[in-house]
Design a protein. Structure first.
Length: 95
């Protein structure tokens, strides 16, 4: 898992560096990574963040997660599966 985790980290770091992504949250650190339950929980957290016009505070101790100063307009939630179930959902704010 170390190589895959490093690859994901490096991709996210590159997207942040390019300004294509403003910040990330490693939500599985808070709620675990149960395959069936994680994605709906992340959609809920994303919707809550949009409705409150801001992200929850960073929770990691590495410094990779950064505070978000702006108001997000959309949030991507990603999920993974052992055999099937990899995917992504985009949650967008509506007026």
């Amino acid at each position: 898992m170390a190589a895959a985790t490093r690859e994901e980290h490096d991709l996210l770091a590159a997207l942040i560096g390019e300004g294509r992504v403003s910040t990330v949250r490693a939500s599985a650190n808070m709620i675990g990574s149960g395959i069936e339950a994680t994605f709906p929980a992340l959609i809920g957290l994303g919707a809550l963040a949009l409705s409150r016009k801001g992200f929850f505070k960073p929770v990691d101790e590495t410094g990779f997660e950064q505070a978000e100063s702006g108001t997000p307009e959309r949030i991507a939630a990603t999920t993974w599966g052992i055999w099937r179930g990899e995917g992504m959902g985009l949650i967008e704010a509506v007026d």
